[in-house]
Write a protein that binds this ligand. Structure first.
Ligand SMILES: Cc1cc2nc3c(=O)[nH]c(=O)nc-3n(C[C@H](O)[C@H](O)[C@H](O)COP(=O)(O)OP(=O)(O)OC[C@H]3O[C@@H](n4cnc5c(N)ncnc54)[C@H](O)[C@@H]3O)c2cc1C
Length: 440
C-alpha cells in the first residue's frame, strides 16, 4: 500500500481502539486518507465478533471455524469493496448463490439468477408448497412497499408492516429473513430497518439479494488482510492489548501513553461504555458531560444473542450448502435452529454442519441438546457435538424506534461499530459502513 501524499498539518495521528470489522474499516479509511494510524485490539485474533475460532473434531483433528456462522448478501457493497481493497477476491472467498430459503423437506422459496425485480417475482411465483393466495398476498405487499419507497412510520414493527400476509408466508419467508438480517423476531423488529435491507437486497445493486457464504474463516475474509495492509503501509498494530481508558491533556487525546489528535472507539457498545466511563476522571468537565451523556445512551441499548452449534457425522451432507429449518417452541418440543450450513461444501471438513440459532435464549448445554434432537427430527442425522458458541451480545435487538448513539462522543473522540447510528442493522455491512463514515 503506497503512502498517500499529505501536508503535515493534515496528517492526523489517529488511534483506533478495537480490531473488529468496523475498526479495521476505519483504520484503512484513515490510512488511505493519509493519516498516521495506530490500532489496539484486546484479543490476539483480528475480527471481533466475526473472527476465526479453532476447535477439534470428535476424532481429535483440528478444525478452523468461526465464533459464529455468518452470511453476507450481494448488497453488502462496502464489505465487498473493502475485501478487494486489501487484495482479496470476494468471488473466490465467498460462495455466491441466488437468494434461497429452502427447507429440508423441499418447501420454500428460491430466486432464479435474473435481474431484479424479475428474480423476486419469479421466486414468489415458483415458491414450493404455497397456494396462489399466498403468492398474490406477498406480491401485493411487496408492490406496496415499493410504491411507498420502502418507507414506513418509524415506530412500526415488521409484523405491522406485514399485516394481512398468510401464516405460511410469514413462517417460510418473513420470519427467517427478519431473524437472519435483524436477529430479532418480526413482532419485535423495526419495520424501517427491515425495509431498508429489503430495498437494498431486492432493488439495490445488481445481484443484491444473492447470498454469499464464506468459504474461509472470518478473520481471513477481511480483518487479517486489512491488518497486513496496514502494517505494510506503516501503521502500528497492537493485538492482545486492551485499552482501559483514554485521557485528554488539554491539547491531545492520550492513549497508552501516546498523543493523538483523534481517537476512534471501535469496540462493541458494552466495551465502549466501559472505556468512556473509566476515562471520565481523566478529561475536562465539559468533556465529562458529553461523554457521560453518550455512555448513558449506549448503556441502554438492548442486545440479542446468537448461538452456533457445530456438529459432525461421518458422511453427513446436506442437499444444499445452506438450508432453512423449521424452528418451533411448543410445550413438548423445542427446535431452536433457523438455519444449517454444510461446512463441508464451504471449504471445511466433510460431515461438519453449523446450526444457527438467532435471537437465542437458554444455556449452552440445553441448546446443544435441542439442536441435536432437531437434526435427528428434521434432517434424519445422528450427529456428535463439536462445539457450541453463544455470543450473548451478538447484535443489537433491532426494535422499533430504537435510538442508537451518534458517532460523536466528544470533540476528537468518536465511536464506530454496528451499534452506532446508521441505516443498517447490526451486521458486517453496518459495522464497515460505520467505520468508513466516521473517517469521512
Ligand atoms: C454469532 C454471530 C452471528 C452473526 N451473524 C451475522 C451474519 O450472518 N451476517 C452479518 O452481517 N452479521 C452477523 N453478525 C453480526 C456481526 O458479526 C457484527 O455486526 C460485526 O462483527 C460487528 O463488528 P464491530 O467491529 O462493530 O464490533 P466487534 O466485532 O465487537 O469488534 C470490536 C472489537 O473491539 C475489541 N475491544 C473491545 N474492547 C477493547 C478495548 N478496551 N481495547 C482494545 N480492544 C477492544 C474486541 O475484542 C473486538 O475485537 C453476527 C454476530 C454474531 C456474534
Amino acid at each position: 500500500m503506497s503512502e498517500p501524499h499529505r501536508a503535515p498539518e493534515a496528517r492526523l495521528r489517529t488511534a483506533v481502539i478495537g480490531g473488529g470489522w468496523a475498526g479495521m474499516a476505519a483504520a484503512l479509511g484513515a490510512h488511505d486518507a493519509g493519516h498516521a494510524v495506530t490500532v489496539w485490539e484486546a484479543a490476539r485474533t483480528w475480527g471481533g465478533r466475526a473472527r476465526r475460532l479453532d476447535l477439534q473434531l470428535p476424532h481429535g483433528a483440528p478444525v478452523r471455524l468461526d465464533n459464529g456462522q455468518h452470511i453476507l448478501i450481494g448488497a453488502y457493497t462496502d464489505c465487498l469493496q473493502l475485501m478487494q481493497r486489501v487484495g482479496l477476491d470476494p468471488e473466490r472467498l465467498l460462495l455466491r448463490l441466488p437468494l434461497e430459503l429452502r427447507f429440508a423437506d423441499g418447501g420454500g422459496i428460491r430466486f432464479p439468477r435474473w435481474p431484479a425485480p424479475f428474480d423476486a417475482l419469479a421466486g414468489i411465483a415458483g415458491a414450493r408448497g404455497w397456494r396462489w393466495a399466498d403468492k398474490l398476498a406477498l406480491a401485493r405487499i411487496a408492490l406496496r412497499w415499493q410504491w411507498s419507497r420502502f418507507q414506513c412510520p418509524p415506530h412500526w414493527s415488521v409484523a405491522q408492516l406485514c399485516q394481512g400476509l398468510p401464516a405460511r408466508v410469514m413462517d417460510e419467508l418473513i420470519e427467517p429473513l427478519c431473524v437472519s438480517a435483524l436477529n430479532t423476531v418480526a413482532a419485535e423488529s423495526s419495520g424501517p430497518v427491515f425495509l431498508r435491507v429489503m430495498r437494498d437486497a431486492m432493488f439495490g445493486p445488481r445481484h443484491g439479494s444473492n447470498l454469499m457464504l464464506p468459504r474461509t474463516d472470518l478473520s481471513a475474509l477481511f480483518p487479517d488482510a486489512a491488518a497486513h495492509c496496514l502494517v505494510q503501509g506503516g501503521a502500528r498494530l497492537h493485538p492482545g492489548v486492551r485499552i482501559r481508558h483514554v485521557a485528554h491533556d488539554g491539547r491531545h487525546w492520550i492513549v497508552d501513553g501516546a498523543p493523538f489528535e483523534r481517537v476512534i472507539l471501535a469496540t462493541g457498545a458494552h466495551d465502549a461504555v466501559h472505556v468512556v466511563r473509566a476515562s471520565l476522571p481523566h478529561v475536562a468537565p465539559l468533556q465529562q458531560q458529553a461523554m457521560g451523556h453518550w455512555s448513558d445512551g449506549a448503556a441502554a441499548l438492548p442486545h440479542a444473542a446468537i448461538g452456533t452449534v457445530y456438529a459432525w457425522a461421518d458422511g453427513a451432507r446436506l442437499a444444499r450448502p445452506m438450508l432453512a429449518l423449521r424452528s418451533a417452541a411448543t410445550a413438548v418440543d423445542t427446535l431452536p435452529a433457523q438455519f444449517v450450513f454444510d461446512r463441508g461444501q464451504l471449504g471445511g471438513p466433510n460431515g461438519l454442519l453449523a446450526f444457527v440459532v438467532s435471537a437465542c435464549t437458554g444455556d449452552r448445554d440445553t441448546l446443544q441438546a435441542q439442536v441435536m434432537h432437531q437434526a435427528r427430527r428434521q434432517l434424519g442425522l445422528q450427529l456428535q457435538a463439536v462445539g457450541t458458541v453463544i455470543e450473548k451480545r451478538a447484535t443489537l435487538a433491532c426494535t422499533p424506534g430504537l435510538q442508537r448513539p451518534a458517532p460523536d462522543i466528544a470533540p476528537g473522540l468518536l465511536a464506530c461499530g454496528d451499534y452506532v447510528q446508521g441505516p443498517y442493522p447490526s451486521t458486517l455491512e453496518g459495522a464497515v459502513r460505520s467505520g468508513l463514515a466516521v473517517i469521512r
